[in-house]
Ligand binder design. Structure first.
Ligand SMILES: Nc1ncnc2c1ncn2[C@@H]1O[C@H](COP(=O)(O)OP(=O)(O)O)[C@@H](O)[C@H]1O
Ligand SMILES: [Mg+2]
Length: 397
């Protein structure tokens, strides 16, 4: 396996770097003799002959702007890869490189001994970042997988899922991923104003299911510091995705992220059931109308019979309206479970869907924001105890 990856058209530098490695470091070097840089982690990993290098060396003689741009993308998407830049170190460049997450700058004329010192330091940095990540994972073992479900469409699943992910992103930046498993007609991309390059189709491909680093390269970063994995553009592509692939996808994401929020299609299709089995928590959404409440009751009954109800259960009453002829008590007795959070009908929410900016992304004062924040609090680590106590309290609209 190559521990070091070098991209440069400069064969002389390549040979010095190889001497540096063979003269005292473990692992070997894979070189791309070109000045063309990959567009991002996916292009890079597609060309590599192994899973994960430790150190990427950019240059000499690659366009410096592109090198810095690539370093920035890698810093966000593959944070444990150490990036070195080969260039004469002038102060302005050092600052730019630092901002781009470059670990060190290597002189183009460095001799093998000098290079070895820097490479060794880069490997130590990789090892310590890796160690930092490992115990965390061992500790909490896996992230929470929160699925948002309802038997009926149009009750606000996508609205709740996007806002929940954004709210959790404030508590745990870059540790939340929102997955759109409404594979045919998913609208997470439009709800978050994203034009994703990759979708669930790529994320369940063999390359990604075997290597979580490749999978991470398929996620789209949202400005609110969360990741999103959107549904395929073409509804036909959804037919090629099998439930087992969804199970594997959620398992991989739960190993990487503190929170995996899953938006789903209405009803209980096979993909939804596979997702539910991978969930630690289910958020049930019902609107305040008879069909939606009855749908939820039948759905819950079927799942109880199948015995696949995850432990964490959270009932959200959306578009709540005290004057609709139904009371919260009526609803609770119909579904046989307490309502945990109530989100009133709000014009700001309807407007936010059309703008592609969820209400929790902006600091809006709105009654729906209050309800959505209560839902977020049920999962946030500081409020865990509070949230659990609250789960037994009835919500009054
Ligand atoms: N609390 C609310 N108040 C007003 N409109 C809402 C509310 N929740 C959802 N909506 C609107 O209802 C529509 C359907 O919501 P959506 O989240 O797409 O439902 P689903 O994903 O269950 O099909 C959207 O236009 C959304 O803006
Ligand atoms: Mg939806």
């Amino acid at each position: 396996m190559s521990r070091f990856v070098l991209i440069t058209p400069n064969a002389d530098f390549d040979s010095r770097l190889r001497q540096a490695v063979t003269g005292g470091l473990q692992g070997d070097v894979q070189t791309f003799l070109t000045n063309l840089l990959p567009a991002g982690p996916y292009d890079l990993f597609a060309q590599l002959n192994q899973n994960q290098p430790e150190v990427l060396i950019l240059g000499p003689d690659v366009p410096i702007d592109e090198a810095l741009r690539l370093a920035t993308v890698l810093d966000v998407q593959v944070p444990d890869l150490t990036v070195l830049l080969v260039s004469e170190p002038d102060p302005e460049l050092i600052l730019q490189a630092m901002r781009a997450g470059v670990r060190d700058i290597l002189s183009p004329s460095a001799d093998p001994a000098q290079m070895r010192v820097l490479l060794e330091r880069a490997c130590q940095s990789f090892a310590s970042r890796h160690r930092l990540e490992q115990p965390q994972q061992a500790h909490s073992s896996k992230g929470r997988v929160i699925g948002v479900f309802s038997p009926k469409g149009g009750v606000g699943k996508t609205t709740i899922a996007t806002n929940l992910a954004i709210g959790l992103g404030k508590v745990a930046p870059m540790s939340v991923v929102l997955v759109d498993l409404d594979l045919q007609f998913g609208d997470v991309a439009s709800g978050l104003y994203l034009s994703p390059e990759h979708t669930v189709t790529d994320a369940v491909s063999p390359a990604a299911s075997q290597d979580t680093l490749v999978l991470k390269a398929f996620l789209t970063v949202h400005p609110s510091s969360i990741y999103a994995l959107c549904a395929p553009d073409n509804p036909v592509d959804a037919d090629h995705i099998a439930p087992e692939q969804v199970t594997r996808l959620l398992e991989q994401l739960a190993e990487e992220f503190q929170y995996v929020v899953v938006d789903t299609a209405p009803g209980l299709p096979e993909i939804g059931l596979a997702a539910m089995e991978a969930c630690t928590d289910v958020v049930w959404v019902s609107a305040m109308d008879i069909p939606s409440v009855r749908g939820l009751r039948s759905g819950l009954n079927i799942l109880r019979q199948l015995n696949i109800l995850p432990e964490g259960k959270h009932v959200v009453l959306n578009m709540a309206d005290a004057k609709c002829g139904l009371s919260v008590q009526d609803i609770e007795s119909t579904i046989g479970a307490p309502v945990d959070v109530s989100v009133p009908r709000s014009r700001a929410v309807a407007f936010s869907t059309n703008r592609g900016v969820p209400v929790l992304q902006e600091a809006k004062r709105d009654p729906a924001v209050k309800g959505l924040n209560q839902l977020v609090e049920r999962f946030s680590p500081h409020d865990q105890a509070k949230g659990q106590r609250r789960s037994h309290r009835r919500v009054v609209v």
